[in-house]
Ligand binder design. Structure first.
Ligand code: KIV
Length: 288
């Protein structure tokens, strides 16, 4: 009899060891139970229930409207599908900025009600103090710098950040401040590769890039982008590893054709009654 041991849950120490060994860290988003199981089986290290869910699965036009309760519902579903990867919850816009107390209370909900290992918050500025407060409350924090979609309007839209020396320095300063505040991990999004290359020697904590070149300690992509599920426009940094949208449309289209033609359901999809019982049923109906 073969006994399969359950995969060992990863720790922050494992991520630090990967960084030290130059072993790239793999992070991906997931928003529901089946996709959590898929990314776990594929062997990723970190799973982010990103507020990108607002656009990829909830149909909003930006990440701004998604609520704490919507994010918690999705995050709990992902938690139930994961064993080994670390789970990162994404605190939505408006759920942490106003005060340290609000930030800690929201982060606690993601840990207590959805089983998150870490929580992610966006920007430098006042977010640095919120990160410090959440860390002081005993919850590991992921900082997020560069393009921070929650305040895309203030950044001039969904566009690469840090493209001048001064703007790059501002991104680097945000990253350093978040590390000093105690962040365990940093996500850097949509900056020129030169910015990441300049930042890397200055940081002790693992850095996960998205549209930030190849120098980060790891990469993250949105699941619906990399699998080709999301139908909207894709950013420059997105690489599609599958075309599930086309496969899904073809599959549902074929089902619709077969229902309309009568090809589905066939005998093999149909329950049968023993012949004598069918005969008795007809007799019972006739006797009514
Ligand atoms: O919400 C999200 O999916 C993210 C990643 C793009 C890092 O923040």
């Amino acid at each position: 009899m073969s006994v399969h041991a359950a995969p060992r849950p990863l720790t922050l120490g494992d991520l630090a060891a990967k960084k030290d060994a130059g072993d790239p860290i793999v992070m991906v988003t997931a928003y529901d139970h089946p996709s959590a199981q898929i990314v776990e089986e594929a062997g990723v290290d970190l799973v982010l229930v990103g507020d990108s869910a607002a656009m990829t699965v909830l149909g909003y036009t930006s990440t701004v409207p998604v609520t704490i309760d919507e994010m918690l519902m999705l995050t709990r579903a992902v938690r139930r599908g994961l064993t080994a990867p670390l789970l990162v919850g994404d605190l939505p816009f408006g759920s942490y900025e106003a005060s340290d107390e609000l930030a800690v209370a929201t982060a606690q909900r993601f840990v207590k009600e959805a089983g998150c290992d870490l929580v992610k918050i966006e920007r430098g500025g006042s977010t640095v103090e919120r990160a410090r407060a959440i860390v002081a409350a005993g919850i590991p924090v992921v900082g997020h710098v560069g393009l921070t979609p929650q305040n895309a309007t203030a950044l001039g839209g969904y566009r690469a950040q840090g493209r001048t020396a001064e703007a790059a320095l501002a991104v680097i300063d945000d990253a350093l401040a978040l590390q000093d505040a105690g962040c365990a991990l940093l996500v850097i999004e949509a900056v020129p590769a030169e910015v990441t290359a300049a930042l890397m020697p200055l940081l002790r904590i693992p850095v996960i890039g998205i549209g930030a070149g190849a120098d980060a300690d790891g990469q993250v992509l949105v699941l619906h982008d990399l699998l080709g599920i999301y139908g909207g426009p894709a950013a420059k940094f997105v690489k599609r590893y599958a075309d599930l949208r086309s496969a899904a449309i073809a599959g549902v289209g074929e089902y619709a054709r077969e229902v309309r033609s009568g090809a589905y359901p066939a005998v093999e999809h149909t329950y049968a009654m023993p012949a004598d019982e069918a005969e008795r049923l007809h007799g019972l109906l006739e006797g009514r």
